[in-house]
Ligand binder design. Structure first.
Ligand code: CO
Length: 160
């Protein structure tokens, strides 16, 4: 089982490397990430959160077992229309904050076979994808939060 790295581990601040090899090992990593995500009741997980410097993330679905995989994701469009929502993160347990994010985005990514796809996302999926993609650039939701709504004391005690 992959272990989820917790803040303030400096690994979370690194910029992840582009995935160039689409092999069985990558598929195995994805399955392990999905398992770790659902184990901790997450709705998304990025590879740097399990100590892997890959531009790879998984987003869970409502049914609690299926998922979407985004490899080398890039957001090409952010709607001007934003929403302010409460976010948490498996790497920052018990801490929550209000983050403003684009309601709609266009994403270009590769699947496990390396095939390029372009999708338009909105709603929770769009929010989760923006949160997870930030992890690939070493950005955490606390960097963007307009207000910490829960766990400010924990955050203060952890801050490096
Ligand atoms: Co997170």
């Amino acid at each position: 089982m992959l272990k989820i790295i917790k803040y303030p581990d400096p690994f979370l601040r690194r910029t992840a490397k582009k995935v160039t090899v689409f092999d069985a090992e990558l598929k195995k990593i994805v399955l392990e990430m999905v398992e770790a995500m659902y184990q901790d009741d997450g709705i998304g997980l990025a590879a740097p959160q399990v100590g892997l410097s890959h531009r790879l993330l998984v987003v869970g679905k409502n049914d609690g077992h299926s998922y979407d995989v985004y490899i080398n994701p890039e957001i090409s469009f952010f709607s001007k229309d934003k929403s302010l929502g409460e976010e948490g993160c498996l790497s920052l347990p018990q801490i929550f904050g209000l983050v403003r994010r684009a309601k709609k985005i266009h994403v270009k990514y590769q699947d496990l076979a390396g095939t390029v796809h372009k999708v338009k996302l909105s709603g929770l999926e769009a929010i989760v994808l923006q949160h997870e993609l930030d992890h690939l650039d070493g950005i955490l939701f606390i960097d963007r939060a307009e207000e910490i709504t829960k766990g400010q004391d924990i955050l203060t005690s952890l801050k490096p």
